[in-house]
Structures are given as structure tokens and as C-alpha cells.
Design a protein around this ligand. Structure first.
Ligand code: SAH
Length: 212
């Protein structure tokens, strides 16, 4: 199958799985996932599955990327924070839907790979940082939207604190085997929490990774 045919099949599958936001589907259509997966997995780039990337991490399943992106309810003027750059695939999808995306990764090697892809694809509205994303990015906070693409043991409060009023945080929470995606909305009186989808993510790990 050609990659165009595989991509069309994937988009139809995402629609049949309930992804209805045409802007999200369009962003998935326009980001070349084959550039974000490792060479041996190119032929599977448009299969609806997670694939391994370097450092024992994974590029998420397209359905989960589409679902979490839709759950964020993005607008074109928004400033977004993403935790867990990984391959940069999810970042690239967000960058097509928001004004600016700030993304944090704890592996320098993954971050460098992602930065090279952003440059190749001329995605100029992405700002990257090596660091522990669980602390957020206080110097540029507040954010209208925050997306975490690694599973937290419990709700990361620094991230909730870096949301605007009515801002939305989408985050997988829970121990391995029992994670679910939560959507947390910051309100004047506190936070609203919705449980959206059971998932399996690699864990959110504290501190910058030692790659020596
Ligand atoms: N969104 C990525 C998915 C990567 S998997 C993609 O589309 O490819 C999750 C990523 O989160 C991994 O790269 C992992 O190194 C990173 N990560 C885990 N804990 C982190 C933390 N505390 N701060 C920043 N990145 C973290």
C-alpha cells in the first residue's frame, strides 16, 4: 500500500472511532508521521499503533494523539504547553492548531531529533526546552492549554497552577495498567475533572535524563 493510501485508511479509521473535529483530522493528515518514526518502522507509520522511538520511549497511537488533541479544544490563538516531546509528532500536530507550542523533554537526544524535524518541516511556532516537565515552564506561564504525553502518578499541581482561568489540562494519570486520560479545567472556584479514556503511556519521570 502507498503511504497516501495508508494515510487515507488511517483517517477513515479515526473518524469511525469517533474523532469528529475536522481541524484535528486535517492536522493529522498534514503531519508526515513517517518522518517521526525510526527507519525500521516507516512502513507502519500510518498503522493505528504506538511505535518505539529511541531511549525506550514510544510515539503514541494516532487514535490517542487525535483523541487528546480533540479533548484540548484548541483555538488558533492559543499558547500551549506540551510535556514529553519524544519524537515531536504530537508537538507538530499541536503546532498546526495553535499559535505557539512550548514543549519540554527530559532526554537531550530525543529533543535534538525533534528539533531537526521541526526545522525540516518549517514548523516555526515551536519553542523547545530540556528539563523536567512536571514543573511546567513558569517563566512563560500561564498557558491556555497544557498536554502531558507521559503518565503521571497523580495530578501534577504545578501544571494546574500554570493554567489560565478556564484553561484546560489533558493528562494521563495513574499507575501502569490503570491509567486514564483526565481533562482538568481551571475555574475561579477550583478545578473540574473529567475522566475521558483508559490508556497506556510511558511514565512521567522526574529530572533530566542522564545519557552519559
Ligand atoms: N508526544 C511524544 C510521545 C513521547 S513518549 C511523541 O509524539 O512522540 C513520552 C515522552 O515523555 C518521552 O520522550 C519521555 O522521555 C518524556 N518524559 C517523561 N517524563 C518527562 C518529564 N518529567 N519531563 C519531560 N519529558 C518527560
Amino acid at each position: 500500500m502507498t503511504s497516501d493510501a495508508a494515510k487515507i485508511r488511517l483517517l477513515m479509521e479515526l473518524r469511525s472511532q469517533g474523532i469528529a473535529d475536522t481541524k484535528v483530522l486535517e492536522a493529522i493528515e498534514r503531519v508526515p508521521r513517517e518522518r517521526f518514526v525510526a527507519e525500521p518502522f516507516r512502513a507502519q507509520a500510518y498503522d493505528n499503533i504506538a511505535l518505539p522511538i529511541a531511549q525506550g520511549q514510544t510515539i503514541s497511537q494516532p487514535y490517542v494523539v487525535a483523541f487528546m488533541t480533540e479533548a484540548l479544544r484548541l483555538g488558533p490563538r492559543m499558547k500551549v504547553l506540551e510535556i514529553g516531546t519524544g519524537s515531536g509528532y504530537q508537538t507538530a500536530v499541536l503546532a498546526r492548531l495553535a499559535r505557539r507550542v512550548y514543549t519540554i523533554e527530559r532526554y537531550r537526544s530525543l529533543l535534538c531529533g525533534a528539533e531537526a524535524r521541526f526545522a525540516e518541516l518549517r514548523l516555526t511556532n515551536i519553542v523547545t526546552r530540556l528539563g523536567d516537565g512536571a514543573r511546567g515552564w513558569p517563566e512563560v506561564a500561564p498557558f491556555e492549554r497544557i498536554l502531558v504525553t507521559a503518565a503521571a502518578e497523580r495530578l501534577p499541581l504545578p501544571l494546574v497552577e500554570q493554567l489560565n482561568l478556564d484553561g484546560i489540562l489533558v493528562v494521563p494519570v495513574g499507575p501502569s495498567g490503570e491509567q486514564e486520560v483526565l481533562r482538568v479545567t481551571r475555574r475561579a472556584a477550583g478545578i473540574d475533572t473529567e475522566r475521558l479514556l483508559p490508556v497506556r503511556f510511558v511514565p512521567l519521570v522526574a529530572g533530566v535524563a542522564d545519557e552519559a
